[in-house]
Design a protein around this ligand. Sequence first.
Ligand code: C2E
Ligand code: MG
Ligand code: MG
Length: 554
Amino acid sequence: MVETEALFSAVLDATADAVMVTDRTGVIRRINPAFEKLTWFDPSMLLGKDARELFSDINDDQFLGELWAEGAAPRHYPQVRSKHADGRAQVHALSMTSVNDAAGQPSQFVAVILSESLQGDINSTEARRVGYDALTNLPDRSILADRVEQNILNAKRANKSIALLVMGLDRFALVNDALGYAAGDQMLREVAERLAKVIRVSDTAARLDGDKFAVMTPIAAIDDSVIVAEKVLNAIKKPFHLKDEEVFVTFSIGISIYPTDGQDFDDLLKDSLSAMQYAKQDGGSQYRFFASDMNAKAKNRLALEKRMRAALVNEEFVLFYQPKVEPSTNRVKGGEALIRWRDPVHGMISPGEFIPVAEETGLIVDIGTWVMRKACFQVKAWQDAGYAPVKMSVNVSSMQFKAKDLLDKVKAALADSKLDAKWLELEITESMLMNDVEGAIARMQAVRDLGCGLSIDDFGTGYSSLSYLGRFPITTLKIDRAFVKDVQDNQNTAEIARAIIGLSRGLNLEVVAEGAELKEHIDFLKENGCDSIQGFFYSKPLEAKDFEAKLTKL
Ligand code: C2E
Ligand code: MG
Ligand code: MG
């Protein structure tokens, strides 16, 4: 038992989530270090107190009554307000679990605030604004330091990165000199407002001192920090109206990244400040990374993004179509539309090179819409020309799939091209579904309700749990190339491929194999009952006119 207590303590001390243990009546018995850090309450101020006090007056009463109700099962509240020692209220999710005694009655309750769920502060009326900058109302350096350290803990656990952007106004002294300090203050307040508007809920904007601000943002890739920096630069570029004058200012931004540039807040701040100095020396109105090789990468990415925008306008994108063949008849039953970029300078660029950047910049949404429309019009044109109809699939990226107007875009593409929905199939990947399974299922169902097919691409390489597969309203599974390429000499891969085909059969799904290059692949897939096969053995992706040549005239 001693061991259990030691283990319990170690877990409580190590976790970044805030944990509070109360007795059955709601009296606080224990809090962990993360809880102290989140609320700034010293344990001596909380232990022995009624936990409801932390939540009263700022949440509705029914919720309060429910929190320590008898016989409570685990409950999760996505949006709860709790008091901070300095008088603010913070918003976060809260999970309540009860520990039952031998008679099955709750003897203790465990309240957990997931650190990731913290959404920021609400100013309660009588708030003492400790930790907040009086002029701009932004968090000050101390809160920023705290948030950065907290995010470093999370990032460490999840193997993620954080960017710290430090920004200084270029030539701010001129504004003060020319228009006076009151106008200068007004500008700083407005800068703060613009900053607060461009950041996401998971980010923190702060004022460091004078004309220096900072933004902390958790990032998945370095480019994410470029996106934030560009947003900030753009937000500041718009004119400020001070004393009936239009005033223009710019920012110099320095960016450092955890873990590559520094391990704690102080290190990161130092690095960002020095990078900011370089940005200023180079003329201002720009961002610089602390690590110099990042600057070159960022430049390339920016150039690619610009060229991609132009490519959409100049119609440099082309769709290729790869046949899906029914192995028993060798007939082309369908196809997959695959985008190519015919760049006038660099020649043909494969999607592997530009799709990831298009995804990061959001351009994928426009590109994806173009792909969908182009494919629909093309397929309808083939039908009108008297070919036996084929079902065409298009790849839908994560951002596109989650966009609110996905359905409208699909509907419009179908209506404008007059293509019957059953000839269009959307390909999505497992990784797009697992974050928010219920939401994903609803979106999938809506696509299915339009009458379109829905397929899971690269099946077997994602992390989807088989238990969900039966709930996904899909029509097709595409076996990833990885399970096809060595079926002929790897017993294990062959078993997996067979299992996926069997699974599709059991769930009444169509099954398509990708990347079949060899006669052996075809023989294996045919023998095991695969419905259709896509791969170089039959054909590479083709230009429209070459694909057309493979279609059957009715
Ligand atoms: P994907 O959707 O899994 O597409 C199949 C890829 O496998 C294509 O590469 C295709 O050319 C290639 N492939 C087909 N048969 C064989 C084979 O027998 N052997 C080998 N080695 N490869 C084969 P591609 O066209 O370069 O596209 C790569 C990926 O880019 C696609 O993978 C898809 O994820 C993405 N992509 C392509 N077009 C679009 C698009 O319009 N929108 C979006 N969001 N993504 C696209
Ligand atoms: Mg695909
Ligand atoms: Mg694929």
